[in-house]
Design a protein around this ligand. Sequence first.
Ligand code: ADP
Length: 503
Amino acid sequence: MKQDLSLLIQALDSSISGIILTDNQQPDNPIIYCNKAFERITGYRRHEIIGHNCRFLQKEDRNQKERLVLRKAVDDGTECVVEMRNYQKNGTLFWNELYMSPIKDERGNVCYFIGVQNDITRRKKAEQELLHQQSVMEAQIQERTRSLRESEDYLSSIVQTVRESLVVLDPGFKVLSVNDHFLKTFKVTKEETEGKLLYELGNGQWDIVQLKELLESILPTNNPVEEFEVEHDFPHIGKKLMLLNAHRIELEGQYKDRILIAIEDITDRRELERRKDDFLSIASHELKTPLTTIKGYVQVMQRLLPETVSDKFKDILRKTGVYVERLNTLISELLDMSRIQTGNIELHKETFDFDRAIHEAVENIQTATKTHQIIIRGQATNSYTGDESHIVQVINNLLSNAIKYAPESGEVQVYLSRVSNYLKVSVSDKGMGIKIEDQKKIFDRFYRVGDIQQRFPGMGIGLYVCDQIIKNHGGTLWVESEPAQGSTFSFTLPLDERKSDEQ
Ligand code: ADP
């Protein structure tokens, strides 16, 4: 029996859990046994433990609600498990997972309690860290949600403020949302618009085959629709000209399957442009008539000039002739431009000796310029069918630009050649050159490169007219240039129209 007991005590001492026995029959339920692990966990020695109630482990930290659970289990004689903050002898906190179970006699009275304790400080710490981590993450999520909501509010306030009508479509071209400007412009309600197919809106104003094709290719190819004009008699607002731009929406990699359409009412703008063009056309016509008369009178005066007249008078008359001619060129440019704008440009096509025409044009310019030498090289063709006066106008324009924008250089080169079934003309100067960002724009109406405005006279029309003339002949005009190195303007014209039409 004694042997059994010592074996049992040895077994209890080798346990890694702290084990105690308390005597419930004595006042205040004192500890009557503790094993080695209990000493190790608590840091107290056996003689400091035996006879004490377990509560000494809580030191001053007495306000733990688990105590109530313990007390109730003692009162009821039941078992329980609690996790409590306990303190070692040296004051170090440790989390104690305490399992308490009653030992009863034959009559069912609780005589003892056995307590098994485990130091779970490490687990507790990990749990607390996890909790802390969770609360940090929750705070981050809240912050993120808040900033998302803010940016959503921010975006929607932009969408509502812009003076363009905006429509968001799903991949099936159903309207997901529209902004206020859309509703105001088309005088419709949200209910009439959202959830409907784009092509069903109004009286089918957007149901246009070409537009459909373009919109359908946006999502698969990410090619936007740019500057698509729709002229239509819209319900409620009548005949209007609308400009459409559509893009695939991409917001931080999201919403890749949505399309945003921006619609701008350009009816008034176009009308204004038309009136301005009309004005230019009328004004240049009105100016041209008296100017032709003045030009005629100057020529007559030059012819009838008596021998006796002073040199000063002769010089004044010559200068008058020069300025009248300059004015005439400017007004002709304006007239050409307004003819192009209104589609009234007439081509008088005839077969002529192209190379001869270019040589003659160069000679004419050469006689009028002392500052530059114009050199012609190569050959294109002696038989070309087109509008000779228009082609000569192009070469004159390119040459006078080459002279005007290369005041320091002294030489201009003209190169004639044949490339496949095209003729090619290049005019090169060694002048100021053109920045890459300006190279496309110089063919637009009225575009002049910013810093030359004051130094050189001009209206920014010449290249626009040249480009239109070359296009009317089925050719292309382009520039290659580098600032401070010079520019080469080239154009090609198809030699055999039948062949080029087929291409
Ligand atoms: P304009 O000469 O009356 O301004 P153009 O349409 O002929 O009008 O030319 C448009 C603009 O292109 C010019 O204002 C000038 O800035 C630029 N440009 C044209 N030709 C040349 C050139 N050879 N070298 C440099 N810049 C040029």
